[in-house]
Design a protein around this ligand. Structure first.
Ligand code: ADP
Ligand code: MG
Ligand code: ZN
Length: 611
């Protein structure tokens, strides 16, 4: 019971500290404070003052007399003097008439003194301690001392999450794997008969927002067994050993309630690799060790299944991933085209949709969006419908909300000068024209020069016809050329360039770099991995894995790729300069044009008769 010892030592510490403080207070400070205003004097001065009629109050204590002398100017001074064997004192005081005197004061003062010096500070300390202690124990998730080290996992049963597998769309592989686990919990005999052990643990991995937590909740909803849900961060404690105690408690509860499911969300908070580095965390390591031990300890046939979710699987300790622990990995990847469409449909069920909404078009326009983003798109669309006083969501609501999620809200009141608007229009048409004139490029879907809250002043949306899983070298080059198209148009028409291309430059560089370092698509390097990507689910930060000479060569190569693409874009625009003018003027006037309008104007060129 390490945690109890911890607690006991805390209390001891508190007691020791407060007693020492009290002693100091009473020994040095209090007497000074109360005696500071009292002057010592002798008995004869006392008698003299009584005779002169300056004394107004006398208090006779055990071996001391205190008296108050009022001066002529109204100020007073309290004196103390020793007690003499003076039987006449009382009558002398009485003769003076207006002196208040008593002996009983000493009891009062003793009691008062005791209260002030000992009880009050104690009460004060107790309150202070209580305060601190409450704060601590609250952080530990308990309301009193006895709940130290309790796991505090929420227990769900079916009705409580209200989620089923029907709420999860587009994660068919993950669902399949989880359905098997649910089935095991329902009919363990079926598996026991053939002698199969079900995996003890399954790890849901994938980028944020792909429905990992949702999947676990759906399992809870379907399994009809107790479901313990706890987040990895809840194990992280202030005192060493608390997290481990929580893990122990959690598994103890789970064993009692078996068959059941334990779900640990964001497990990377406790499951990080133990690397012995200088800033390694003792508490976290103990918690992880406890988790490892517990997972080995329980009987796989008993029916405790452990689910965990993370978006940083590569940072997990290998011991956690070995067979017998989290031996099954269930990927929750970003949804593909069909997946996006069905996720949109699942969320659209809750919303009043106009019947002619084309979910496929929206799904195509949202390549790379996660389930959470798609849910957000539906909600934004519903909000827009309300804003426009409509009873149902229509296609344009959805299209607008796709743009809101991608690029932010329209900045309707942004004031942009005519000159700048013109530059932006040429820039966007530059992108669109270069895209349209290359055969390996996705068709243009929409061009707009309405500024957005993300800072984009305009953009060109390209939407592929179907789902793409691979990118060819030609497509990559076409993409880079398209990205340079905006700047190329500026250079061609205005003979200068603006800062508006910064995002294009960033993207083009990133792609060109990846072509050289990771895709093996450059002329000077063969199939060599010059960069490795860590954190693949969280955006991925590439780390160079080569000598500095090679790094310099990579830079040259990247520059060459982008330069070539840039030249290609300029030559495409030069060939189509009249269309560039025509389309830009049209965009400037309309602010937003669709892909069809764009293509319509563009293809007129091939038909000089209508011109
Ligand atoms: P994470 O993978 O980060 O745990 P969540 O499970 O919390 O993501 O997903 C957040 C929200 O996104 C869910 O509540 C749900 O509304 C929506 N969502 C994500 N993926 C899906 C999906 N596959 N099907 C339906 N909704 C989804
Ligand atoms: Mg989650
Ligand atoms: Zn641009």
């Amino acid at each position: 019971m390490k945690e109890d010892k911890n607690l006991a030592s805390q209390i001891l510490k508190f007691a020791a500290v407060s007693i020492i403080l009290l002693l100091i207070l009473n020994a040095f400070i209090m007497p000074k404070m109360s005696k500071a205003s009292i002057k010592e004097t002798n008995y004869s001065y006392f008698l003299q003052q009584i005779d002169e009629g300056n004394v107004t109050q006398v208090k006779i204590e055990n071996n001391e007399i205190r008296f108050k002398v009022v001066n002529e100017d109204g100020t007073y001074q309290v004196y103390s003097t020793g007690k003499m064997d003076d039987p006449d004192l009382v009558s002398r005081l009485y003769e003076q008439g207006d002196i208040e005197f008593n002996e009983s004061f000493q009891d009062n003062s003793l009691l008062l003194e005791f209260l002030v010096n000992w009880v009050l500070p104690l009460v004060f300390f107790a309150i202070l301690w209580n305060f601190l202690f409450k704060g601590i124990s609250k952080r530990m998730g308990g309301s009193n001392a006895m709940s130290f080290g309790k796991s505090n996992a929420k227990i769900y049963v079916k009705a409580q999450t209200g989620k089923t597998f029907d709420d999860v769309a587009g994660q068919d592989e993950a669902k399949e794997a989880l359905v098997e686990i649910v089935d095991f919990l329902h009919n363990p005999e079926k598996y026991a008969e053939i002698g199969a052990d079900l995996p003890k643990g399954a790890l849901l991995v994938g980028p944020p927002g792909t429905g990992k937590t949702l999947l676990a909740q759906a399992v809870a909803g379907e399994a009809e067994v107790p479901f313990f849900s706890i987040s990895g961060s809840e194990f992280v404690e202030m005192f060493v050993g608390m997290g481990a105690a929580k893990v122990r408690d959690l598994f103890k509860q789970a064993n009692e309630k078996a068959p059941c499911i334990v779900f640990i969300d964001e497990i990377d908070t406790i499951g990080k690799k133990r690397d012995g580095s200088i800033n390694s965390n003792d508490e976290r390591e103990q918690t992880l060790n406890q988790l490892l031990t517990e997972m080995d300890g329980f009987d796989g046939k008993k029916g405790v299944v452990i689910l965990a979710a993370t978006n940083r699987p590569e940072s997990l300790d290998p011991a956690l991933l070995r067979p017998g622990r989290f031996d099954r990995r269930i990927p929750a990847e970003l949804p593909d085209l069909a997946g996006r469409e069905s996720i949109l449909k699942v969320h659209a069920k809750k919303v009043n949709m106009s019947p002619d909404v084309d979910f496929n078009a929206i799904a195509r326009a949202t390549a790379g969006a996660s389930g959470a983003e798609l849910a957000n798109i539906i909600n934004e669309a519903a909000l827009r419908a309300v804003r426009n006083d409509r009873k149902a969501v229509i296609q344009s609501d959805l299209e607008e909300s796709v743009e809101v999620v991608i690029a932010g809200y329209q900045r309707k009141n942004a004031v942009i000068s005519q000159k700048e608007k013109e530059i932006i229009a040429y820039h966007e048409i530059g992108h669109a024209l270069v895209a349209a004139k290359q055969k390996d490029s996705a068709p243009v879907h929409k061009i707009t020069i309405i500024p957005r809250t993300s800072g984009a002043l305009g953009y060109t949306m390209q939407v592929d016809e179907g789902e793409k899983f691979l990118m060819t070298k030609e497509e990559a080059l076409a993409r880079i050329a398209t990205l340079t198209g905006g700047r190329s148009a500026e250079e061609l028409i205005f003979n200068s360039c603006t800062s508006g291309a910064s995002n294009d430059i960033e993207q083009a560089t990133k792609l060109a770099r990846a072509m050289v370092t990771r895709y093996g698509m450059s002329d000077s390097f063969d199939m060599i991995a010059l960069e490795t990507v860590t954190n693949q689910y969280l955006g991925g930060d590439p780390a160079l894995a080569c000598s500095s000479e090679t790094a310099a060569k990579i830079d040259t190569e990247v520059n060459a790729i982008v330069r070539k693409a840039h030249e290609k874009a300029i030559s495409i625009l030069t060939e189509n300069i009249s269309k560039l003018h025509e389309l830009s003027a049209f965009l400037l006037e309309k602010e937003t044009i669709t892909g069809e309008e764009f293509m319509e104007i563009l293809t007129r060129e091939n038909d000089p008769v209508t011109e």
